[in-house]
Design a protein around this ligand. Structure first.
Ligand SMILES: Nc1ncnc2c1ncn2[C@@H]1O[C@H](COP(=O)(O)OP(=O)(O)OP(=O)(O)O)[C@@H](O)[C@H]1O
Ligand SMILES: O=C(O)C1=C[C@@H](O)[C@@H](O)[C@H](O)C1
Ligand SMILES: [Mg+2]
Length: 194
């Protein structure tokens, strides 16, 4: 979901694994020749953005040894799962309350689906995120690995997900990826050393 930390955690995962890192939102901006996703939505449309996002994911899906931070809405097009399933997909499951707090803090300008003028950015973000979560719940559940911040906080003996650093989350993701690779008898590559 938007603001869940895909870009932040994805960069850490790539660094630890010695993989390349790509952010599909940035690649769409480059492909379209516009400086922001927000501008692409405004000048073209969401459908135009989604077409370009699919084309970027298709190109990435033939590459090896890379971590991709996708856009939060990539899950909604079934064809994107054909591309994402060429690799291993990870969902960062962050409570909506924490997402809305993060987004209210950094602002919504770069997230066009949330960018409605409001005197109360937290409540506006929470309301819109709730609708998206409801619409996309099944699609997010397609991910191979789910990293739940609530479960991770509980494992660490508390219930405050805001105490979890991107590194804590990356470490948990790596452990879960390693388990997935082992359970599915996949070639484990860099995970052998972790
Ligand atoms: N574990 C964390 N704790 C607190 N803040 C975080 C954490 N991870 C990321 N953030 C912050 O939350 C915001 C959103 O993170 P990020 O841009 O990585 O999310 P994203 O999933 O890539 O979002 P989008 O789908 O919109 O691209 C950023 O300001 C980032 O610094
Ligand atoms: O969740 C979404 O639909 C989006 C998430 C962002 O990463 C961008 O891809 C865009 O703002 C749409
Ligand atoms: Mg991102």
């Amino acid at each position: 979901m938007m603001g869940s930390g895909k870009s932040t955690v994805g960069k850490i995962l790539a660094e630890v694994l010695g993989y390349s890192y790509f952010d599909s939102d940035s690649l769409v901006e480059q492909a379209v020749g516009m400086p922001s996703v927000a501008q692409i939505f405004k000048v073209h449309s969401e459908a135009f953005f989604r077409d370009s996002e699919s084309s970027v994911l298709r190109d990435l899906s033939s590459m090896h040894r890379l971590v991709v931070a996708t856009g939060g809405g990539a899950v909604i097009r079934p064809v994107n799962w054909r591309y994402m399933k060429k690799g291993l997909s990870i969902m960062l499951d962050v409570p909506l309350d924490a997402l809305a707090k993060r987004i209210a803090q950094v602002g919504t300008a770069s997230r066009p689906l949330l960018d409605q003028p409001s005197a109360d950015p937290y409540t506006a973000a929470f309301t819109k995120l709730s609708v998206l979560a409801e619409q996309r719940g099944d699609a997010y559940a397609n991910a191979d690995v789910r990293v739940s911040l609530e479960e991770l906080a509980a494992k660490k003996g508390h219930d405050d997900v805001s105490q979890l650093t991107p590194t804590d989350i990356a470490v948990e993701a790596l452990q879960k990826i390693k388990n997935f690779v082992t359970e599915h008898s996949m070639a484990s590559g860099p995970f052998d050393d972790l």
